[in-house]
Design a protein around this ligand. Sequence first.
Ligand code: ADP
Ligand code: MG
Ligand code: MG
Length: 254
Amino acid sequence: MSVLEIRDLHVSIDTDQGTKEILRGVDLTIRSGETHAIMGPNGSGKSTLAYTIAGHPRYTVDSGSITLDGEDVLEMSVDERARAGLFLAMQYPVEIPGVTVTNFLRTAKTAVDGEAPAIRSWIKDVNASMAKLRMDKSFAERNVNEGFSGGEKKRHEILQLELLKPHFAVLDETDSGLDVDALKIVSEGVNRAKENTDLGVLLITHYTRILRYIKPDHVHVFVAGKVAEEGGPELADRLEDEGYDRYLSAATDA
Ligand code: ADP
Ligand code: MG
Ligand code: MG
């Protein structure tokens, strides 16, 4: 049983126009086996939260804390965070020219585990996971994200999730741009990881659609850099009907 705790987190970025505060006091606690959906309008800071958890250097933590079982995550390098069991599926996965999926996965697995995986069982695991995600074998020899379709990029993120076996996964709009079939395949991958490894999930999404396949225990509405409301799955249903307008006008009035 692990716990990821975010306390009063304030984060800013440097832009051409100066420093801009994006996260304004985020509080969130996620335990093993729990799925938390973060839902919010574009530009509310959801990806900023995801990147800050993963340790992207662009984002400056001005105050607050992130801890994993009491350990200070903000003191850890990106690599250390991955080794501690944190995983980020990016909203816009980046191309890695010259690096094949096979090599990338093996390097990542070695880095996360601190030792190279035994070759036979590793190849078996990779092939099995790719088959479950309905990925063609030839995919393994392509360069990471180069010329991948939107759906292929997202499946590749979930392939990493299945193979690296983190304790907590932040999934940043893993549903965006997927047709229903791909959405189901990707969701099944996340659900397998939840069952097999008691994964804690922070599921960032703009739409309620993915929540039909990956059931959240908690829903957090994220507006203007912080959690504006929290509830159970019923809150997602309400957002489906009402959208974010109510929160946005409240944020503008404040
Ligand atoms: P979301 O994921 O909810 O759409 P983001 O975290 O991507 O929100 O962005 C939050 C705000 O921060 C937006 O106003 C966005 O324009 C700004 N922002 C985020 N990253 C950058 C960046 N690298 N450069 C400039 N502005 C950024
Ligand atoms: Mg966005
Ligand atoms: Mg985003």
